[in-house]
Ligand binder design. Structure first.
Ligand code: MV4
Length: 465
């Protein structure tokens, strides 16, 4: 096992990884930018090294600074967390060439899965269900039109270098296709420096269901069940749960087998996630693979009892997985809410500032993953997620009750947060019944608008009488 690890990240994930290291008796070194001097992760680590200015490109994305810190601290391994350098194959290559173990997959699998069109072709060859679409990238307008005609409208154009919803365009007919194609290419070039795009049939109101994978260095792989992440806004997940309310044993076995097969097809090592879209007839299709620990990993930890971060570290150190697929049991139901320092009444504008008021929930079945404390300044430089509330209970209905009372216990101020939005989600009939799709938030906001209009009208009519 490693004696010393460096965490190349900040905020909540840095805290999460440092906690795992401390429990494992590993000396853990934090890095921080000038804006993060007073951060919680700096306090919890055994050592901390300043790596540059607040701007991410000067600090958490600055490979020479991080490698220098790792050399000075004399660590054996680096955990990249999520975001920042976690899916940068160049960074993991540099780590390995400096004899520092990168706690994550090989650069080859990261590079392959980062090319969304190549990932598709690899999955096709492996026999994973794929959304009908183009083979490889689209070369010109004529090919775009031919492909759309073959698969039928509506279609979606996606960037080869994209992922996570960036650079996507939907088209409903030939007339709209060419301009959608050209816009998608221009946006892909601007966002990723790569104009290549591919086409898929557009699935309306899908569910987003992803499978957690663990793979050791000896080719042994298993899945830890699914997470339903359908509740999102502008490709930012808001709430995730496991098990998915729509999952049957049979569907889980089938999707889980396909997820493991997808990981095997790229010789995957360490923790990863295979994302699927699921339509209203329970057809499922490979969407992409995330080659990192994910924000929503705690819901899987709560239902399986497996600490994913410790497993990541053990796998990187060369340990064998100690389970076979049949040993993995999911128990009860877990739900996670992401709390952001944003104003839901003002188009989710970031709301940085000092935390003066802070009460976290507790009690049975409640876990809080967060880096904030009373007196902490939420900086405008990074992601606006400030806490995650994760609840567990024997069944989904009970978990929803625990979540509702946990949300009622939280107080964070005076900055604005998304807690109120979570309360509205948990109140809704659709959520309580588990009937959600990726359009859930849009529909919730529409329903509320209609509801408040009706209420206003009723008031006005009552006045007139
Ligand atoms: C799609 C889709 C419908 N059909 N692909 C969004 C994130 C990126 N990973 C892919 N995304 C989608 N791809 C086809 N062929 C709908 C989405 C999508 C979505 C997916 C998951 C969760 C929320 C979403 C919100 C809007 C669109």
């Amino acid at each position: 096992m490693f004696n010393r690890i460096l965490v190349a990240n900040r905020g909540e994930v840095a805290v999460r990884v440092i906690r795992a290291c401390r429990e494992m008796g590993i000396h853990v070194v934090a890095v921080y930018s000038k804006a993060d001097r007073d951060s919680f992760h700096v306090r919890l680590a055994n050592d901390a090294i300043c790596i540059g200015n607040a701007k991410s490109s000067d600090s958490y994305l600055n490979i020479p600074s991080i490698i220098s810190a790792a050399e000075i601290a004399d660590v054996e391994a680096i955990h990249p967390g999520w975001g920042f350098l976690s899916e940068n194959p160049h960074f993991s290559e540099i780590c390995e060439s400096c004899q520092i173990k990168f706690i994550g997959p090989n650069p080859e699998s990261v590079r392959l899965m980062g090319d969304k069109s190549l990932a598709r072709e690899t999955m096709r060859k492996a026999g994973i269900p794929l959304i009908p679409g183009s083979r490889g990238v689209i070369q010109n307008q004529e090919e775009a039109l031919r492909t759309a005609k073959r698969i039928g409208y509506p279609i979606i154009i996606k960037a080869k270098a994209g992922g996570g919803g960036k650079g996507m365009k939907v088209a409903h007919n030939d007339g709209k296709l060419v301009s959608a194609y050209l816009t998608a290419k221009a946006e892909a070039e601007a966002a990723f420096g790569d104009p290549d795009v591919y086409i898929e049939k557009y699935i309306e109101n899908p569910r987003h269901i992803e499978f957690q994978i663990l793979a050791d260095q000896y080719g042994h792989m298993l899945h830890l069940g699914e997470r339903d992440c359908s509740i999102q806004r502008r490709h930012q997940k808001l709430l995730e749960e496991s098990p998915s309310p729509i999952m049957s044993k049979k569907l889980r076995r089938h999707m889980g087998e396909m997820a493991v097969r997808a990981a095997k097809a790229v010789n995957y090592v360490n923790a990863g996630t295979v994302e699927f879209l699921v339509d209203d007839k329970e057809n499922f299709y490979f969407m992409e693979m995330n080659t990192r620990l994910q924000v929503e990993h705690p819901v899987t930890e709560m239902v399986t009892g497996i600490d994913l971060v410790k497993e990541q570290i053990r796998i990187a150190a060369g340990d064998r997985l100690k389970w076979s697929q049949d040993d993995i049991k999911s128990r009860g139901a877990a739900i996670e809410c992401r709390i952001n320092a944003e104003d839901p009444d003002n188009d989710f504008l970031p709301s940085p500032g000092r935390i003066e008021q802070l009460v976290f929930p507790g009690g049975p079945g409640v876990r809080v993953d967060s880096h904030i404390y009373r007196g902490y300044d939420v900086t405008p430089f990074y992601d606006s997620m400030i806490a995650k509330i994760i609840v567990w209970a024997n069944g989904r209905t009970e978990a929803v009750s625990v979540l509702r009372r946990a949300l009622d216990e939280i107080e964070i101020g005076p900055i604005k947060t998304t807690i109120g939005l979570h309360k509205r989600i948990v109140q809704s009939q659709a959520f309580q019944r588990g009937k959600v799709s990726t359009r859930f938030i849009e529909e919730l906001i529409e329903r509320e608008k209609a509801g408040s209009k009706e209420a206003k009208q009723a008031k006005a009519e009552a006045k007139a009488e």
